[in-house]
Design a protein around this ligand. Structure first.
Ligand code: HEM
Length: 368
């Protein structure tokens, strides 16, 4: 556990630094006020935080020491991006981490030649493309589709994997793979012919949401109780935000700044991605860290705060042009993320003191 925790710590640091940068971007006072944190907010949170967590989870699934190179490079890259070292060094390590993640998927693909793995491979390839562009000095508005596709395809592949038993023989897996290829084409096109590429990306994301709505077990399990219900509610709320992002890209094409830019980014990365992380944390963290994280209804509070504050930020702030609502909603987003992290740590600590010898059994199936 200690080694895996050591790999997770840079991700936690990247999250805290990214949130500090978020306060600065909102024009609010922050604990640390160097412009480096605001400038690198996006990369710190997407590859430094989310990327490291994804890579660590995949490395655990691989069960080979070499797999841990990917989260190690991503975490170290994030720390270097934060440090006064030249940006190219941190950026190169982030790129190395995404390439190592592709390397993790090769044996996973040999072990399990299924659509779900192929989709995640495409996601990792796009992450590497995004890291390379960022390293080459391309602006975040152009890098954004690559990072979005990384996160969306990784999660779509995981959801397909969990739904596969119910889908055998239905051809639904092929449809998701087809949509993932369209996402890949759209991302490349967004660089060359932005209006066409961003529009296609928006349409592909909307089609993916439709697929998830029809095939994901979440629609059934949301009427259950306890953890399955919590997971399903977070998933469905996340899918709704992904549809918002798809709609913005379809209608506004390529917002590079302003309200639509803020809205599309955070519909994807807060509404969809962080909601997915909240949903999967009670299942993934025990498998990754070999700890117990018993579900507690208090987890609902930060999840609700996340979605309500995002509604305030996008609905009143971005759509209606209220700077105050954007700031209030943004601070609510930050509090939601921090509160979920604190609750997670407290629940793990409490369960360790209650049953010091208990080691959690990896229970990925429970996500379904
Ligand atoms: C938790 C609360 C968060 C707040 C308050 C926040 C705030 C902001 C603000 C104000 C901007 C500038 C938007 C603009 O230029 O119009 C921004 C940009 C961005 N944010 Fe966030 N953010 C948060 C979380 C996240 C998360 C969790 C991620 C990714 C996982 C993320 C990824 C990005 C990216 C990629 C950009 C674009 C950066 C750029 O253009 O250089 N944000 N954020």
């Amino acid at each position: 556990m200690t080694r895996r925790l050591a790999l997770l710590l840079p991700a936690a640091l990247a999250m805290l630094a990214g949130l500090d940068g978020a306060l600065l971007l909102l024009g609010l006072p922050a604990p640390v006020s160097t412009s480096r944190l605001a400038d690198s907010h996006g990369m710190l949170l997407v590859l430094g935080f989310v990327g490291t967590v994804i890579a660590l989870e995949r490395a655990v699934a691989l069960r080979r020491p070499a797999g841990f190179l990917a989260p190690a490079c991503l975490g170290l890259g994030a720390i270097l991006v934060l440090s006064p070292a030249p940006g190219r060094i941190g950026g190169s390590l982030l790129l190395a981490g995404t390439l190592a993640l592709i390397g993790v998927y090769i044996p996973l693909w040999r072990r399990q030649r299924e659509d779900a793995v192929l989709i995640q491979v495409l996601g990792a390839v796009l992450a590497a493309g995004g890291a390379l562009l960022w390293l080459g000095g391309v602006g975040m508005p152009q890098v954004l589709p690559w990072l979005t596709a990384f996160v969306v395809l990784t999660i779509a592949g995981e959801r397909l994997e969990l739904a596969r038993v119910a889908l055998i023989g239905s051809g639904a897996g092929r449809w998701m793979t087809g949509l993932s290829v369209v996402v890949l084409v759209a991302v490349v096109a967004s660089l060359l012919w932005p209006p066409l590429g961003f529009g296609l990306l928006g349409a592909a994301l909307l089609a993916m949401v439709a697929w998830l709505w029809v095939h994901d077990v979440a629609r059934r399990t949301v009427s259950g109780t306890g953890l399955p219900r919590f997971i399903a509610a977070c998933l469905l709320a996340g899918y709704a935000w992904l549809a918002v992002a798809g709609g913005i890209w379809l209608l506004v094409a390529s917002p590079g700044e302003g309200a639509a830019y803020d809205a599309v980014i955070h519909a994807v990365f807060l509404g969809f991605t962080i909601s997915m992380i909240m949903a999967h944390a009670p299942v993934i963290l025990p498998a990754v860290l070999r700890v117990r994280l018993p579900y507690h209804p208090v987890m609902i509070a930060p999840a609700v705060l996340l979605h309500v504050s995002l509604l305030v930020r996008l609905g009143l702030g971005d759509a209606r042009g209220s700077e105050l609502a954007r700031q209030v909603g943004g601070v609510g987003n930050i509090v939601a993320l921090l509160a979920f992290a604190v609750i997670t740590v407290v629940l793990i600590a409490r369960s360790r003191s209650a049953a010091p010898s208990a080691v959690a059994r990896p229970a990925l199936e429970a996500v379904s």
